[in-house]
Ligand binder design. Structure first.
Ligand code: FAD
Length: 322
């Protein structure tokens, strides 16, 4: 994970700033960065999960997973997808630019960056958003005779859109932020809302063409006519009735869509390479000692060519098992 101290991000402009690097924020960042948007995730480093004893209900971890490893995996994933992950707290988000069509984000460490879009994924404490819409964003309730103010979980709609153009909220999201896997799903969903709006601003009509599908496709998906650009152009035109752009622009968008479709293709050989790389990235997060005890050192070394495991075994030869 290349988590920086924030100084690298000074005065930079991003397509997307994600505030909060828990399950919702990291998941949102994975989607926007993989699409190709320049994305930074600011995280002050105190996920609600820090209070969870052990995570046993996140799909994909049959033995559950400890919180530290889970959060490292989530941030490493955001980093691998292309996000910059910055360990810093956002203090304020304000409108910026002549038409007030972008945002300025100030952090606790004194950094200042600008962005076209902001995704809030902080679960608690939305005070940093107040300059954008004041009291409208908050609700008050009484507890023990005292009035408390909270960011209104219904300020954003179910898709994360807010009354502030370009601001999306993934968390808090009412019932969707109370379990980690649901919060991750909501982060992805809100990122897809943002991407659909980004693509509509590019000229793509609402619906199938504006919606972004982050799918990788094997050889079988490009068999027959679908292996030809002509078939993908036809598919584009089948959904482009409502396009509100001139023919030249439509043609550019069509070719770009076909390029993107072919970019999703992964051959058997590439899938094999991705599988090995995926296992290697996962193994980086595992404690080599417990891994060796579980399956034996030779099995580990056969499966993973990992220098850290070799170093460990050389340093502690007694740990080798048959
Ligand atoms: C005691 C307890 C036990 C739990 N156990 C489970 C469980 O077993 N299984 C389960 O699925 N869920 C569990 N949860 C719920 C789980 O923690 C949440 O569903 C999940 O963490 C929500 O993810 P999130 O990304 O929305 O918010 P968070 O994980 O809280 O992430 C928000 C992130 O934003 C950061 N942040 C906040 N403000 C700023 C700012 N201004 N600038 C920069 N960063 C900021 C925070 O530091 C944090 O890292 C538990 C929660 C608690 C309290």
């Amino acid at each position: 994970m290349t988590e920086t101290d924030g100084t690298d991000a000074a005065a930079r402009h991003y397509d997307v700033v994600v505030v909060g690097g828990g399950p919702a924020g990291c998941s949102a960042g994975v989607f926007t960065a993989r699409y190709g948007l320049d994305t930074v995730v600011f995280d002050r480093g105190n996920s609600s999960l820090a209070r969870c004893a052990y995570l046993q209900n996140y799909l994909g971890f049959p033995g559950g997973i400890d919180i530290e490893t889970f959060l490292e995996l989530a941030r490493d994933h955001a980093d691998a997808a292309g996000c910059e992950v910055v360990g810093d707290m956002v203090e304020s988000v304000e409108r910026e630019g002549e038409g007030e069509d972008s945002f300025r984000i100030e952090t606790q460490d004194g950094d200042s960056v600008t962005a076209d879009r902001v995704i809030a994924a902080t679960r608690y404490g939305g005070e940093y958003l107040r300059p954008l819409d004041g009291d409208e964003m908050f609700e008050t309730h009484e507890h023990d005779g005292e009035e408390h103010e909270h960011f209104d979980p219904e300020y954003a709609d179910d898709d994360g859109r807010t009354p502030v153009d370009g601001l999306y909220v993934a968390s808090p999201s009412g019932p969707r932020d109370v379990q980690a896997i649901v919060a991750a799903g909501q982060g992805a969903h809100v990122a897809r809302t943002l991407l659909a709006e980004w693509r509509r601003a590019d000229g793509l009509p609402e619906g199938v063409l504006a919606n972004h599908y982050d799918w990788l496709r094997p050889d079988s998906e490009f068999e027959g006519a679908w292996g030809e650009r002509a078939r993908w152009r036809e598919w584009f035109d089948e959904h482009a009735d409502d396009a509100d752009v001139d023919d030249e622009r439509l043609s550019t968008l069509r070719e770009r869509a076909v390029d993107r479709a072919f970019e999703t293709h992964r051959s058997d050989k590439e899938i094999q390479r991705l599988t090995e790389e995926g296992h290697r990235r996962l193994a980086e997060h595992l404690d080599p000692g417990s891994l060796v005890e579980a399956v034996g050192s030779d099995a580990v070394l056969d499966a993973i060519d990992d220098d850290r495991i070799s170093d460990y075994l050389e340093a502690e030869p007694g740990k080798r098992t048959p």
